[in-house]
Design a binder for this molecule. Sequence first.
Ligand code: KG4
Ligand code: ZN
Length: 342
Amino acid sequence: MNKEEIKILAIESSCDETAASVVRNGREVLSNVISSQIELHKLYGGVVPEIASRKHIEKINQVIQEALDEAGMTLQDMDAIGVTYGPGLVGALLVGVAEAKAIAYAAKKPLVGVHHIEGHIAANYIEHLDLEPPYLCLVVSGGHTHLVMVEDYDKFKILGRTRDDAAGEAFDKVARAIGLGYPGGPKIDKLAREGNADAIPFPKAKVADSPYDFSFSGLKSAVLNYINKANMQKQEINRADLAASFQKAVVDVLVEHAMLAAKDYHVEKVALAGGVASNSALRRGMKEACEKQGYTLCYPSPIFCTDNAAMIGVAAYYEYCNGTRHGWDLNAVPNLKLGERK
Ligand code: KG4
Ligand code: ZN
């Protein structure tokens, strides 16, 4: 096998983005096509699973063709087909998995199923060519908040996780409560720049006996109570102060726990991944903390933080090189655990 020229067509459809990408040798993105359904789901204030599946099936062939065209290649040029098979919305995942299986079968290419979070972590390899495991990764997305020790390209140890809401979910819920719409993360990030982060002292939840775990539901309730109280007393809410104070409460906990794990596990490198990794306050807070402790910090560009197929192509490359091949019985696994092989 000539490892110098491995080209992978990757497909991602776990939530509300239909995406396809061609990645060469795990680090070079030749195309990255994303068809976002945000405009559709905005109407409902969040992702509607049934609508997401239907939209995926409508768009997927076109998105894949665009990805191949943009890379200037055909299906026959590919060495393997990579696809997200979990975790995510089952109906949404099924569209990508069925498509990948059909393509791989017809073109006689190997099929490599990828864990979505493994993909988010792998997004860091695209722009940080010298990044290699081991390192600590804080994965913060709409559905997940994990502190992961990346021991090797395909070996992960989860040190901490959220006990309730994911960080992105908390951003989305608070944004909705103050009328910012979906998805709320980027809107809170923007509004917070005009606010005072010390204006409202929101709680920074700790999980007893579990220093790396997270809990955001208490914070979310505190924000909702603050809004209800102000409404009852007919007081105007300063939305920018609220956004900045809420964001600070989330970011402080994320940074604190990541720094604690980095110290306990003697790491030299720390990475961020997932949609919330594009949050400006989180990037700033992590940068300051890492500089202080002498750790190298990396994070992907925003386009590789939120869902995309390039990150799946990168993860699929490392899985492919390690011999991972999935059979024609590959299924969507909505609650797939990181590091679990099916
Ligand atoms: O990784 P992702 O695209 O989807 C999942 O795998 O869940 O993450 C989407 C999440 C949403 O909750 C969105 O509000 C959040 O990432 N997000 C942000 C920012 N950009 C996206 N949260 C905070 N600040 C941002 N700038
Ligand atoms: Zn994601």
